[in-house]
Every structure is written in C-alpha cells, then in structure tokens.
Design a protein around this ligand. Structure first.
Ligand SMILES: [Zn+2]
Length: 417
C-alpha cells in the first residue's frame, strides 16, 4: 500500500548518527547502481488492464529507515485492475522460488531468489497478497524461508523461468482489494528494499514515465503496458506523535473527568460529526511536506463505522483559517482535548455527499490542496461540520485507531509530467 517524493526536509544537523551513516551508505549504493542492474521484466500477465495503484513511499528522511516512521512507508509497488479482477503473477526473472506466509501485512507471498547480484548480494523479488493455494511452488513456513537464506540452502525451493506463472493475485494479508504488492529486495527477506521505478529520481527530474531513473531495475521502461497510464499515488497518514493531527470537539459537554462544560471532545480512535441539541465537529490536518506541489487529484479518505441514532448527518466541508493545537494551548482544564472555545475560525468550502456506514468516505480537496501548496492559504487543515444538532451522526476512525488501514489518509495524484 503507499509515497512521498523524495525531498528530505530535515536538516542534516537534526539527523541521528545512524541515519547519517545510512545516507553515506545510500550514496555509495547509488554510485554503484547502473544500467547493469536492469534485470526484471513485468511481474504479471495481461498488463493492459493492470495499473499501478500505489507507488513507493518515500518518507522523511528516506525510504531505507522507514521503520522509524511506522506505517507511513510503502516499500513496494502495488498493481491492480481497476475492476478488481485477479490476474496472473509471473516470475520477473529466472530464479528459484518458494511460497510462504507472513503473519504481518504480506499475507501469502511468493519469494524468488534471482541469480543477479550486486556487491555479492543476490536480488530477491517478493509478490504479496497472493490468493491462498494458487502458487505453483513449494510452500515453506517463514522461519524456514529465512533459515534457507541464512544457510544458503535452497534445495526446498523450485527453479522458475522468467515469465512463468507463480501464483494468482489475491487479497490475503493487509490490503484493500485484489492487488499485487511487488517488492525488490537485495540480500534476503525484506532486506535493502529497492524502488524499482526509482521514483525519487524520476519525479524530481520530471521525466516519469519516459525514463525510470538512474537506479531502476527493469529491463525496459516503463514496465507497464504503453496504453496504461501509470498513476503514482502519494499517501499520507497521520499517526500519533506526528506533524499531522485530527480530533473531534463538542459545543456543550466535556468528555473529561467530571463531565459538565465547557465543551471538549476526546483525542481517541474516533472522529465524530453530528449533535443532538449540541454540535460535534471533526478537524483534520495533514503534513504536506514533501508532497507534490501540484495535484491532479487530492482527497481525504475516512472510514465511517457508525451513526449513533440510525440517521446519518449531512456534512459541510470547511477550511480552518487559524492554527489549532490542543496539545500546545487550551482554555479548559487540560491539554488533553480541543476545547470548544479553542476551535479555529473556518471558511465554508462546500456541502459534501452523505457518508455511508461501513464505507470509505472520499472528500475531494484538490483545489484546497493546491491552494495550500501554492501558499494561497495557510494549511490549517479541514473541519467537518453538521448543519445542525438534530440527532444525526457520522463517526469515522481517527489517526488514533490501532489499524493503520482504517485511519484517515490523504491521497495525492500528481499532475502528469
Ligand atoms: Zn503494497
């Protein structure tokens, strides 16, 4: 699932030592990277109908230490058919292959060790979320796969040829819909992940998709059918402790010890819009650093899970026109919630369609996003209002939800170069 481009906005002086070490290492790696490393063909059949639905996520300060930034990183490329149909996954080069299962997000996956190596480390490709039982290779428990790599003993794996069918795309593990998560690793399981499109280079230079950058690993570029326009998406999710934030607040009751007034919500797993005599607002702000300066499309996606009364509230989109951060200042008794009196002034943008319980709610903010990036407006985020407090509700999951895929997210599709 996920991108941020490229640009590192953190000053070098702020970087921890091991990150600096990684940068030096990365520079060395890029220096040795060359056209000689182009060894992969398309990892699926019928490429005409398959699109890139999510690209590599570069996050600050970079893709090679994403674990420090939690779920904001995506170190692979997702391919899917717009209609959600399955497709065949192919070996992208000769090698030896095994199927396995990850308890984490991959679900069932195929792992192929290729002959091609760089600096003595063999390349592997990983195809995740495959349909259960669809593989043609032997199956090994993940611990066995890791042990095989460690020992250099691949006797349990099966030789495969470039273009040979490996499995069928599915939706096992964490992910929405049938898709292939394709990953290029160097040296072992989920190690030294490589962006096959070198998005960092290509987007920065504006050459995509005519050129795949200087460190790409395909035999040709673009490695998808010519009639299919690649759509690289940038995805930004808020998570606790990050620059972006979201919260809900209320006009009367205080969701604090002792209750009563003067109106304040909770910084919990929910974002509540509605009211019954009173008003509940949801506020969201995303960290836009490193995202494309001009978007063809930008939207916020929220997962709606319930309405308290059985009736869904209409929602109005507004933009906040002043700063708000309950963690830094508050007029109430604590800094745990956004107090009603501290809510920002807003400006009306437009009325939104009604959300549906159990579905993702997509809010188009393309104009707003571009105005934020152009500096026309300061990015103080968006506010979702009910028209009144007539016991109509919409509850969405917030960035505080434990499952990343249910949290709010900002999706940005850049203008084609
Ligand atoms: Zn993915």
């Amino acid at each position: 699932m996920c991108i941020q481009t490229a640009r590192c906005h953190i000053g070098i002086g702020q970087l921890p030592l091991r990150v600096l070490a990684s940068i030096l290492l990365l520079s060395l790696l890029s220096a040795v990277g060359s056209a000689a490393e182009q060894f992969l063909t398309l990892p699926f059949r019928d490429s005409a109908g398959v699109e890139i639905t999510e690209g590599w996520v570069y996050d600050e300060p970079g893709p090679f230490w994403c674990e420090e930034f939690g779920d904001r990183c995506h170190k692979g490329v997702d391919y899917a058919r717009p209609n959600g149909e399955a497709f065949e996954i192919l070996a992208a080069a000769d090698g030896i292959a095994v199927a396995s299962r990850s308890p984490g997000g991959y679900g069932y996956f195929i792992f192929v060790r290729h002959e091609f190596a760089s600096d003595g480390l063999h390349y592997f490709t990983l195809s995740a979320h495959v349909e259960r039982g669809s593989w043609v290779t032997p199956f090994r428990a993940l611990a066995g796969v890791k042990a095989d790599i460690e020992a250099g003993d691949f006797s349990a794996w099966m030789p495969v040829l470039r273009g040979q069918k490996l499995a069928t795309a599915g939706q096992t593990g964490i992910g929405v819909g049938v898709h292939l998560h394709f990953e290029v690793d160097r040296g072992g399981y989920a190690l030294n992940k490589t962006d096959p499109y070198d998005i960092e280079d290509t987007l920065a230079s504006g050459r995509y998709p005519a050129d795949c950058g200087s460190r790409y690993v395909w035999t040709e570029c673009p490695p998808i059918h010519a009639s299919t326009e690649p759509r690289v998406r940038y995805l930004r999710q808020n998570a606790p402790g990050e620059v972006g934030k979201d919260i809900w607040t209320t006009s009367v009751f205080c969701y604090c010890d002792g209750g009563g007034g003067p109106g304040g919500g909770l910084d919990n797993e929910a974002l509540v819009v509605g009211g019954w005599g009173d008003l509940y607002w949801a506020l969201l702000q995303f960290d836009l650093r490193g995202l494309p300066s001009v978007a063809a499309e930008a939207y916020v996606e929220l997962q709606m899970y319930q309405t308290r009364s059985g009736v869904v509230t209409p929602i109005t989109l507004r933009r906040a026109i002043e700063d708000w951060d309950w963690r830094l200042a508050g007029s109430g008794s604590d800094l745990e919630r956004l107090w009603w009196a501290d809510r920002p002034d807003t400006e009306f943008i437009r009325d939104l369609p009604q959300p549906v319980v159990g579905e993702r709610y997509r809010i188009d903010i393309t104009d707003l996003y571009n105005a934020w990036k152009a500096g026309t407006y300061e990015n103080y985020g968006i506010v979702l209002n009910p028209p009144d407090g007539s016991n109509r509700w919409a509850e969405f999951y917030s960035s505080g939800h434990s499952e990343p895929q249910l949290r709010p997210r900002l999706v940005v599709i850049p203008v084609a170069q």
